[in-house]
Design a protein around this ligand. Structure first.
Ligand code: NAG
Ligand code: NAG
Ligand code: NAG
Ligand code: NAG
Ligand code: NAG
Ligand code: NAG
Ligand code: NAG
Ligand code: NAG
Ligand code: NAG
Ligand code: NAG
Length: 800
């Protein structure tokens, strides 16, 4: 008891005392103390409360980081580190030497890092409960503290003074100094976020700047969880973050992340009621800048994402490659995207204009990469002029303006405020060789580029060039023919970059179609392994009941599916179209379907379910409004929403409606006679529009809210069998809590339950034209527009 009492008292003192006094430190590490970096040996020094620890964190096989981290949460959260550039090998030792140095040496005794001073000034070291590690001198004053040498994170109680700053790490799990820096600038008296001239330490240009604070100002993260800029005289000039819950119940940190965003995160300390519905994970409460994709526009450098990619805000910041391009290194998206096809020939005599086409992206731009501008022109003119110019990789068309862009594209962004559209030039695939590993082909096209630029004025030399070109390509195609015999199957389809598999390859990959993952009316899905593709797991969908004579249609539909690119859609990797065999190859979703997730034995958390609801809505919105050809899913249900490793929801089976005899789905369901996910217009002679998906989404959303199937014969009583009807009754009787009866998290969030049920009731409106669009649905769910009072009884049993 006495021990415990003292402990609390000390904690109390530590929190309230000014930083410079550490006399009350509970735990001392005396001179001669040391730690050794070893695998499976968690050697560290914890703070008295145990909240923080100082010691070694293993980053790679033989590489350790000397670091400070949150020690009571399962997620590795490093808040300070000494040697991000220079990992310590196994056996390295951090020691508080007898002469007062704090030394990190590798096993052979070479210095990796050091702190403190010689001359015996240090008397002991301590890991404080604030997360500050201090070396204390004879006079009980700190000689050195980690708070004075921040890495990329600041903690409550920490103050950054002018001329100091923090540097983002290179990647989430690579702790080298990265591409962004936060600076308390003395010249301007402002706090700035800068891009760095990676890999050098110099700064590029600021992308966020605070109000002017003046000289000798500081950035304060105080014990109440406020982050603000304070002038020398003590007045607060600008509050950076103020919406955090109490530091008493939440761990907190503010970090300049590897993506350039400065975020304030909180993490509930206990499951107690004071932390309410917060997820047991780091949640961001505020961040700057509000839209990094739009903020970073630099003359040199790639922008917020890598070259040839574009940046968009979806839960934080994401980088994507445009169609026809892929990441150079998927593990490091900032390295940018490469073209997946051979560039257009610049040879005057064969400009290949008929072999190229455009992929359209609304609201997308790569500012500052343009080399020609025309105005006023029509879109068609813009397309033609870009198509006829081998340098033109992308044309931007906006309000009669046409900009030609060359590679590499920089500062890419997709944002509703951009306007206009990007026309991305891609090679029609039946005209190209497989570009991967085709170095000879590349040299070949380079030769032509150089050649035609230098020589195009001379007819004679042009002729010569044509002869050379002919000879080179003849040699090339002769060589190539051997390869293509072996690799006949790796052909690529028009306008997309999909692999075409042979049936044999897929039979092999699935071990003879052995491991069945699922089965629907029109298909069976098998698990497989694709050797060579990082030995990735794949899902192979074998379609049956194909409409006959649909060779062309199959290609068109597969091509439409392949042109989609959204994080909430399952990615199509390839296909097989061989005789009667039609198969589609998808990325493997390790967490299975939403159906098993929702209706399994353990109810997923309310927060997780809400995320899935939003993600599914986003995927559907993309299919309806944002991809190049509108796709009506026609079969939205929990079996068709899959979850990946991190539980991100992805819609599957989109684009199959036209391939399969989905128009019969109505009869099928009618026979079952249940009110499922199927909109009433399927049963009537009415046109099928995107609103059928909105209807099904409404039912799905209700299932997500209630964790219950839309139709349940075993329901307590008859009025509860059809979930939509029951929800409507509950809504009218103002008893929505019945819908989420045993779900404490949902009961604590009844405002949202009510709002979402109202959205559901709009989605299942009998009249398709009264149903909201998916865009409206998402806006209502996200709270950017109000939900109007729901209509009268939704289409119900009357529909049958
Ligand atoms: C820590 O160690 C120093 C010197 O070894 C000593 O003077 C001090 O009292 C110690 N503090 C505590 C709280 O044990
Ligand atoms: C872990 O390392 C410490 C020294 O830092 C050593 O005393 C201890 O024996 C090691 N334990 C194991 C299991 O290797
Ligand atoms: C982190 O990234 C840097 C820069 O690309 C690289 O040099 C370093 O090897 C990486 N470190 C690790 C541990 O992968
Ligand atoms: C932190 O700053 C806020 C805003 O200025 C202030 O209201 C609060 O009292 C401060 N908390 C502490 C512990 O200083
Ligand atoms: C403190 O300094 C700021 C600018 O540095 C100034 O705007 C403010 O008026 C000063 N406040 C007081 C109380 O002097
Ligand atoms: C908090 O919840 C987790 C599971 O969600 C449980 O394992 C842990 O024991 C709980 N902790 C407390 C202090 O209740
Ligand atoms: C490529 O396919 C299109 C139609 O799919 C066809 O019109 C065109 O002639 C083909 N081009 C070549 C080079 O085969
Ligand atoms: C083609 O270029 C690559 C490097 O880009 C080079 O290694 C290779 O030798 C070149 N091949 C020919 C035939 O020039
Ligand atoms: C394609 O050919 C290359 C070289 O002959 C071979 O290594 C590769 O495995 C082949 N790929 C397929 C899918 O057959
Ligand atoms: C099938 O896979 C095995 C390895 O698992 C490989 O040796 C064999 O060549 C493959 N066959 C075909 C036709 O791809």
């Amino acid at each position: 008891m006495a021990f415990e009492h003292q402990y609390h008292l000390l904690f109390f003192f530590l929190v309230l005392l000014p930083l410079s006094t550490v006399a009350q430190t509970y735990k001392n590490f005396s001179l001669g103390s040391f730690l050794i970096a070893q695998e499976d040996n968690n050697s560290f020094w914890a703070s008295p409360s145990g909240d923080f620890a100082f010691g070694f964190q293993q980053i790679e096989k033989d590489g350790f980081l000397l670091a400070i981290w949150f020690n009571k949460i399962p997620e590795r959260t490093i808040v300070w580190l000494a040697n991000g550039e220079n990992l310590a090998p196994t056996g390295s030792k951090i020691e508080l030497t007898s002469d007062g140095w704090f030394l990190l040496n590798d096993p052979s005794g070479n210095k990796i890092w050091s702190a403190g001073s010689s001359g015996g000034g240090t008397s002991y070291a301590a890991m404080l409960d604030t997360g500050n590690f201090v070396l204390v001198g004879k006079d009980s004053q700190p000689l050195w503290q980690s708070f004075d040498q921040p890495s990329d994170t600041i903690l409550p109680g920490q103050v950054l003074n002018q001329l100091s700053g923090i540097v983002s790490r290179y990647l989430e799990t690579n702790y080298s100094r990265g591409r962004f820096q936060l600076v308390l600038s003395s010249d301007d008296g402002t706090l700035d976020l800068y891009t760095r001239d990676f890999p050098l330490d110099s700064l590029n240009s600021p992308y966020w700047t605070s109000q002017v604070v003046g000289s000798e100002f500081s950035l304060v993260f105080n014990q109440s969880g406020y982050i603000f800029l304070q002038a020398k005289n003590g007045s607060i000039i600008q509050i950076i973050s103020s919406d955090a819950p109490s530091t008493h119940d939440f761990y907190q940190r503010a970090i300049l992340e590897y993506d350039g965003v400065f975020r304030h995160y909180v993490y509930p300390k206990t499951n107690g009621s004071s932390t309410g519905t917060w997820q047991k994970a780091w949640s961001s409460v505020s961040f700057i800048p509000s839209n990094i994709c739009m903020k970073i526009t630099e003359q040199t450098g790639s922008g917020a994402c890598g070259f040839n990619s574009y940046c968009t805000l979806d839960e934080g910041k994401s980088c994507y490659c445009p169609s026809g391009y892929s990441f150079i290194d998927p593990g490091d998206v900032m390295k940018g995207c490469k073209q997946d096809f051979d560039s257009q020939s610049c040879d005057e005599s064969s400009l290949e204009t008929d072999l190229f086409d455009f992929y359209e992206m609304e609201n997308t731009d790569w500012p500052l990469s343009d080399y020609e501008h025309f105005e006023p022109v029509s879109e068609d003119w813009c397309r033609q002029v870009c198509l006829g110019d081998c340098f033109c990789a992308v044309a931007i068309y906006r309000n009669g303006n046409c900009w030609k862009k060359k590679l590499p594209l920089s500062n890419g962004r997709l944002d509703p405020t951009v306007g206009g559209k990007a026309l991305i030039k891609t090679r029609k695939a039946n005209s190209t060789k497989n570009s991967k590993g085709d170095t000879e082909g590349n040299n070949h096209s380079k030769l032509i580029v150089v050649g035609s630029v230098l020589l195009s004025s001379s007819v004679l030399l042009n002729l010569l060039l044509m002869v050379i070109t002919f000879l080179v390509s003849y040699r090339f195609s002769n060589r190539n023919s051997k390869v293509s015999q072996i690799n006949q199957s790796s052909q690529f389809m028009a306008g997309m970059y999909l692999k075409s598999f042979t049936y044999e390859e897929l039979r092999n990959a699935t071990n003879g179609f052995k491991e069945e993952l699922g089965r629907g009316a029109f298909s069976i899905v098998y698990e497989g392994v694709l050797l060579g593709l990082n030995d990735n797991l794949i899902a192979v969908k074998k379609l049956n009941n194909m409409i006959k004579e649909s060779e062309e249609e199959f290609r068109t539909e597969v091509s439409a599916i392949s042109r989609t690119n959204h994080r909430n859609l399952v990615k199509l990797l390839g296909f097989c179209n061989e005789g009667e065999h039609r198969l589609l190859v998808y990325e493997f979703m390790s967490k299975g379907s939403l159906a098993s997730f929702l209706f399994g034995t353990i109810r997923p958390s309310w927060y997780q379910r809400m995320q899935i609801a939003l993600e599914t809505a986003r995927g559907l919105l993309y299919l309806h409004e944002e991809c190049s050809t509108q796709i009506i899913h026609c079969d939205i249900k929990p079996q068709n929403v899959l979850l990946d490793e991190s539980c991100t929801a992805k819609i599957s089976d989109f684009g199959l409606a036209k391939l399969l005899k989905i128009d019969q789905i109505g009869t099928n369901t009618a026979i079952r006679g249940t009110k499922g996910y199927v909109a009433p217009e399927w049963f009537r002679n009415m046109p099928i529009t995107v609103k059928v998906d909105v209807y099904s989404y409404g039912v799905l959303l209700l299932e997500i809210i209630c964790c219950r199937r839309s139709f349940d014969v075993k329901a307590e009583n008859e009025n509860q069998m059809v979930l939509v009807d029951w929800a409507y009754d509950c809504f009218q009787d103002r008893k929505l809590n019945l819908l989420v009866r045993d779900d404490k998290e949902a009961l604590d969030d009844m405002k949202r339950v009510e709002k979402y049920v109202m959205v559901v009731l709009w989605c299942v409106h009998e009249d398709p034209s009264m149903r909201p669009t998916m865009k409206k649905v998402l806006q209502m769910l996200e709270g950017s527009v109000d939900v109007p009072n729901p209509p009268f009884l939704p289409s119900s049993t009357s529909s049958l």
